[in-house]
Design a protein around this ligand. Sequence first.
Ligand SMILES: NC(=O)c1ccc[n+]([C@@H]2O[C@H](COP(=O)([O-])OP(=O)(O)OC[C@H]3O[C@@H](n4cnc5c(N)ncnc54)[C@H](OP(=O)(O)O)[C@@H]3O)[C@@H](O)[C@H]2O)c1
Length: 331
Amino acid sequence: MRARPLGRTGLTVSPVGLALAALGRPAYINLDHAADLGDDRSVAALERRAHAMLDEAVGAGVRYVDAARSYGRAEAFLASWLDGRGAGAVPVTVGSKWGSTYTAGWRADADVHEVKDHSLGTLRRQVAESRALLGDRLDLYQIHSATLDSGVLDDAGVLAELVALGDGGVVVGVSVSGPRQVEVVRHALAAQVDGIVPFRCVQATWNVLEPSAGAALAEAADAGWGVIVKEGVANGRLTSRNDDPGFAAQRGALDAVAARHGVTVDAVALAAALAQPWAGVVLSGASTRQQLRSNLTAATLALTGDDLDALAPLAEPADVYWRTRSQLPWN
Ligand SMILES: NC(=O)c1ccc[n+]([C@@H]2O[C@H](COP(=O)([O-])OP(=O)(O)OC[C@H]3O[C@@H](n4cnc5c(N)ncnc54)[C@H](OP(=O)(O)O)[C@@H]3O)[C@@H](O)[C@H]2O)c1
């Protein structure tokens, strides 16, 4: 996998990045997550797993790692891994997020795992927490799941603080979620404080079930922003694990493309995201090394126009997609 620039941010990344939402805490919403983590979900066990995944990923050419304050101890695991690397180690670009706070106390059965708050106070608290762990290795800092309702994109105090963070050398970004990603991305593109646009990078959900943000992400790329794709396998729904009878037709289409190239379904899903001209990094949210190796094959998989045409009918209405996602249990 060859390194490449992330838009005009000045950051260097790789086509596939490693994401830590499923590795920084004992529970997450992905299909059968519990089975993959196994019984030992102690802090030490998950730190070992995160380090092994980071070694595997960077060994395979990954140059971007994605964390967040709300991913439990993801930043701490990343920091201890970075600390343990030798001086001559290949550089890795580090991104994290503020605006959601981890509240589960390392309990897989917690009622509430994370709480969102996009206030200036939370920004100041969390940037200090991220810096305490990552120091100047923090390259990209993103609002976590900005929505129009949260009002953060119209909060002059927060935008001014983000401009100052950008002036200090950190690339400022925004991640979006939900059925209205398109509007939120366009609102962020237009956000200004004293004539300055704080954001230079967007992270959004795009996959063959939920491609609705594509047009807005192309506009962001045209503006020189970096574009990071998350949930490329729809939290496991676009993997061999999804044997839901209600998904049989979509699964059949995915299997046919996978068979044509001799690869796995998840690789096809991630390759479809990589085929988007505006995609800077496509995240692997793998929680096992076997999943990671499978995901990484997407980096060298060139889907044909016919393949992409065969996958286009899998697209769901955005509100249907996000309703299904909201019902995925924490496990
Ligand atoms: N708002 C935001 O900013 C936001 C929101 C969501 C995600 N993200 C970022 O995007 C990253 C990825 O998103 P995500 O993890 O939510 O979704 P995802 O990448 O669509 O799903 C990843 C999950 O799919 C399953 N999987 C992957 N490869 C597999 C394979 N080969 N075989 C079987 N199962 C496989 C694993 O589930 P199991 O864990 O069950 O094995 C894995 O954890 C996150 O880590 C996070 O960094 C950001």
